[in-house]
Design a protein around this ligand. Sequence first.
Ligand code: BGC
Length: 373
Amino acid sequence: MLKFPENFYWGTATSSYQVEGGIRNDWSVAGKKYDAGIACDHYHRFEEDFDLAKSMNNNAHRFSIEWARIEPEEGKFDQKEIEHYRNVILALKKRGMEPFVTLYHFFLPIWFVKKDGWLNADAAKYFERFVEKIVLEYKDLVKFWITINEANVYASHSFLRGNWPPFEKSFYKSQQVLKGIAEAHKKSYEVIHKINPDSQVGVSQMCISYKGILRFFSEYYWNYQFLDQIKDFQDFIGLNYYFSSSVFDILPIKLGSISDLNWKINPQGIYKLLKTLKGYNRPIYITENGLADAKDEKRKNFIINHLKWIHKAIEDGIDVRGYFHWSLIDNLELHRGFGPRFGLVEIDYENDLKRIPRPSSKAYSEICKNNAL
Ligand code: BGC
């Protein structure tokens, strides 16, 4: 039996726009492909969804607060939405699940984008004002704040590859955006600590395990550049890990195990990343790890194999304190639509958004219950 440390956090992760439904933001107005519509209607069904998480013996849950709901117009806060998320947090607490709250997960209010979003010289101030409002509201309920989800992924899809709003293709802008987000994070870090010195504040960073000749350059550019920019402003590191990459990935045939999205499954990669992240000298939470697997053929082993390597890292003295599987339920897989299935629980989009736990969720619930593999 591989035991995990006492008080280890076990959970799942979601993000507002990908599951809630009924959100008006920069994506919902970007064309049909980007409009989540009613999504999983998690906005109205969060209690039911948290019951499912609870039945998986989770003691924590990661979700995001949608900035566009809270501040739909510049400087005007929507009290009804603030109450909504209070109820969300209370519903978690009632079930004994620690909330890990993300404040920015790719999606933006329309007014902010009209001002050039993160490229605006005052972007950090706008974000800080939203963060301050939120933290003042929930300071007694929330300890763990993830200010920014995957700045690198956002900058790349939205400003370099042109896949996501605002569909730019500029290396220069993508670098500027990273800087803007780093600024916003630092200001938020300070304001959160001013309001509640006991808070734990960090970001989630999507890291790829690289192999081969381009490894050192890619690791710096993709994995560590942003983390270095905010180095002294984090109480923990949030690691999102999905796949490894090598120069041979351009070949049409992939060797080894892959997910429905052709992402290379490489559990040992998480161990290698944890070893390097140790250098930041902060506790680490795995804030996302998962795969698209509609048939649920690989998910159970995927979880077990990644956890084995995480356990090995812990044995080696790396301070890993939690694991959040992406995702609790199937959801809008960004520009890829609702096709890819990342959920431990299936959503039947044809049948009233019925929730159907996949067999792997049983396996995960056993692990969480035993705090062991
Ligand atoms: C993101 C999620 C996304 C998942 C799978 C992560 O990079 O944070 O929003 O759904 O990957 O692509």
